[in-house]
Design a protein around this ligand. Structure first.
Ligand code: 6PG
Length: 254
């Protein structure tokens, strides 16, 4: 089945892009809350999403969010403790989770500082398989209502970095891997899990991301192969890019 064309939303400033991304986030989870008891969302880390999370925790959006139905997972995590400044779960706690009435047992941090990362990744995959149902029809891959993603300047997303084994993983849904370019271990969703989602939203700002964004949104199949984010192609879901003008500056409007 051919993936549908991505939805491209561009705002002049990072702040305006964060506002739009937060509004889209809220609209998607609110729509899904009408259809389901649980709304399963995978959050991303890095620095960019902080502004988005702060807006979700503030009025008016926080009053519109279905906090009692939301289940938050993490699309990737660094190999540091949960209170470490580089930990993605810590970022979401500081900017969102500590400020909203989401039930504490609805938040599922990734145990990426475990001594046995491979076993921890398998446990997290099993948790997802237990809590996140597949689509009514199709294969048995857990179907997230929304996967939020960022993008690195070289086109990585989640912790799917160029030239790493996880890029070619077709069976496992969550893996751990050593990433040579950063010299660290990471835990990450794989493309089969990301691409099974109902909605996948990239939120990317900054001129340093412009080449990767242009490549990922281009029709140049050869060029795209160098950018892992280009493999995010939801099989039946909607792909959305929310960008600021600097990240979108090299995109050729079709
Ligand atoms: C992480 C993220 C990663 C992030 C990009 C962009 O753990 O780092 O999940 O995929 O989205 O690295 O990071 P910035 O938002 O900091 O540019």
């Amino acid at each position: 089945m051919k993936a549908s064309a991505p939805v491209l939303l561009v705002k002049e400033s990072p702040a305006a892009a964060a506002e739009l991304a937060a509004e889209r986030f809220c609209a998607i989870v609110s729509e899904r809350a009408l259809a389901s008891e649980n709304v399963n969302v995978a959050l991303c880390g890095g620095t960019t999403p902080g502004e988005l999370y702060r807006r979700l925790a503030a009025l008016p959006l926080s009053d519109r969010m279905p906090w009692d139905k939301l289940q938050f997972f993490f699309g990737d995590e660094r190999d540091v403790p949960q209170d470490h400044v580089e930990n993605n779960y810590r970022l979401t706690r500081k900017t969102l989770l500590d400020h909203v009435p989401i039930p504490v047992h609805h938040v599922h941090p990734m145990p990426a500082d475990s001594r046995d990362l491979a076993a921890a990744a398998e446990q997290y995959e099993n948790l997802i398989r237990r809590l996140v149902p597949p689509r009514e029809s199709g294969d048995d891959t857990p179907c997230f209502d929304l996967v939020l993603l960022g993008m690195g300047g070289e086109g990585h997303t989640a912790s799917l970095f160029p030239d790493t084994p996880a890029l070619s993983e077709r069976r496992r849904l969550v893996v751990s891997q050593y990433v040579p370019v950063i010299g660290r271990n990471r835990m990450t969703f794989t493309f089969p899990l990301i691409n099974a989602a109902r909605y996948v939203m990239f939120f990317v700002t900054g001129s340093d991301k412009a080449p990767a964004i242009a490549a990922v949104l281009s029709d140049d199949r050869q060029l795209k192969t160098h950018y892992p984010a280009s493999r995010v192609q939801p099989t039946r879901g909607e792909l959305i890019f929310v960008l600021d003008a600097t990240a979108a500056r090299n995109v050729i409007q079709k």
